[in-house]
Write a protein that binds this ligand. Structure first.
Ligand SMILES: Nc1ncnc2c1ncn2[C@@H]1O[C@H](COP(=O)(O)OP(=O)(O)OP(=O)(O)O)[C@@H](O)[C@H]1O
Ligand SMILES: [Mg+2]
Length: 338
């Protein structure tokens, strides 16, 4: 067992260590101030991301799951540098970009894009589809008008849309088609990292699988690395190579998809998996009761101890570190330490 505190690496050669890291976050924290009183003084902090250390390997899809408010979107925004961290490091392609200014980050921006949950509100309704896709091209690439038009047509074909689509406006499309436009826009700058923040959760179930298939095809075609954020473990099951489970701003468990589903270690992961339809019915059901504590008032010890069926004394006082259980499977739980 190896404690993955910060810089610590495992001693044994595990599958992921043979791959290159595209993104590394180290001890990342994001605290949002809570203001109160007439003077609007800071009276506390929402600890949205609390000491996260995680890597995303070149070409993989890493799923990020957890309940609402666990910090998934905030972590995604920190990686894209849409938010500045309170503490910690973000390394992209071997470069520490943590303290890069907005100007210095610009050349990296084209390499990291986001697909948003709500295709309706993420696309400006007053812009034509052509203009929406052209916007990042103007920002990031030195192309002539003709070259940009050709790229727009190529991108529309790539996401399964007609080239005439470029003259239309967002209100003329269904949710699935709009999400395809969102994907075309995200891909226009030829990124290497794409963060999908619940990209299919607002779509009809029939359309969800089409968009997921498209994302998988595009990943192979363009050698993309995905961080796929979802509260739905059945969606990430098909999409992801590895899955990270987040709870109250921290990583509770991270493992290759198959070991996470077959041998979940953290009681929280067990409860999440038990709620997925169609999973192993023979396994004992772990029920998730109560709510996640407020991110502005983290409990002492293990953040999950207030709801954990296997909690014991140590869990109420000592914070468990993320430890390597072998084969790339990490868990933060006292059940697995001496
Ligand atoms: N800009 C902000 N200012 C203050 N608090 C914020 C801000 N953004 C997020 N938070 C808080 O941080 C915590 C984590 O939020 P976040 O949106 O990252 O969670 P999430 O896991 O993405 O949830 P969901 O599944 O609902 O999208 C929440 O308590 C949220 O209210
Ligand atoms: Mg979110």
């Amino acid at each position: 067992m190896t404690i993955m505190n910060s810089e610590t690496q495992t001693n044994s050669l595990t599958p992921s260590e043979t791959k290159e890291k595209l993104v590394e976050v180290k001890n990342l924290k994001k605290y949002f101030p809570v203001k109160g009183g007439i003077l609007k003084r800071t009276i506390g902090h929402v600890k949205a991301v609390e000491n996260v250390t995680l890597s995303i390997y070149q070409g993989e899809t890493l799923g990020l799951v957890g309940e609402s408010g666990s910090g998934k979107s905030t972590l995604g925004h920190l990686i894209l540098k849409l938010l500045d961290p309170t503490e910690g490091k973000i390394i992209f392609n071997g470069k520490d970009i943590t303290s890069y200014s907005q100007r210095k980050i610009r050349p990296y921006r084209k390499n990291m894009q986001m697909i948003f949950q709500d295709p309706y509100s993420s696309l400006n309704p007053r812009m034509s589809v052509g203009d929406l896709i052209e916007e990042p091209l103007i920002l990031h690439d030195r192309l002539t008008k003709k070259e940009r038009q050709n790229r727009i047509i190529e991108l529309l074909h790539t996401v399964g849309l007609d080239e005439e689509t470029r003259f239309k406006y967002p209100h003329e499309f269904s949710g699935g088609q709009l999400q395809r436009i969102g994907i075309a826009r995200a891909l226009s700058s030829r990124p290497s990292l794409v963060i999908g923040d619940e990209p299919v959760s607002l779509l009809d179930v029939s359309v969800q699988s089409q968009v997921l298939h498209l994302m998988s095809d595009l990943q192979i075609k363009f050698n993309l690395t995905y961080l796929f954020i979802s509260h739905d473990l059945s969606v990430v099951k098909h999409m992801c190579d590895r899955i990270a489970v987040m709870y109250l701003g921290r990583i509770a468990e991270v493992a290759p998809k198959h070991s996470l589903y077959k041998e979940p270690l953290h009681p929280y992961t067990k409860a999440l998996i038990a709620s997925v339809p169609g999973v192993d019915r023979k396994r004992e059901k772990v029920k998730l009761e109560g709510n996640m504590p407020s991110p502005s008032n983290h409990p002492a010890g293990c953040p999950f101890h207030t709801r954990c069926p296997e909690s014991h004394n140590r869990c109420t006082v000592e914070r468990p570190e993320l430890i390597n259980m072998g084969n790339d499977h990490y868990v933060a739980c006292h059940l697995y330490t001496e």
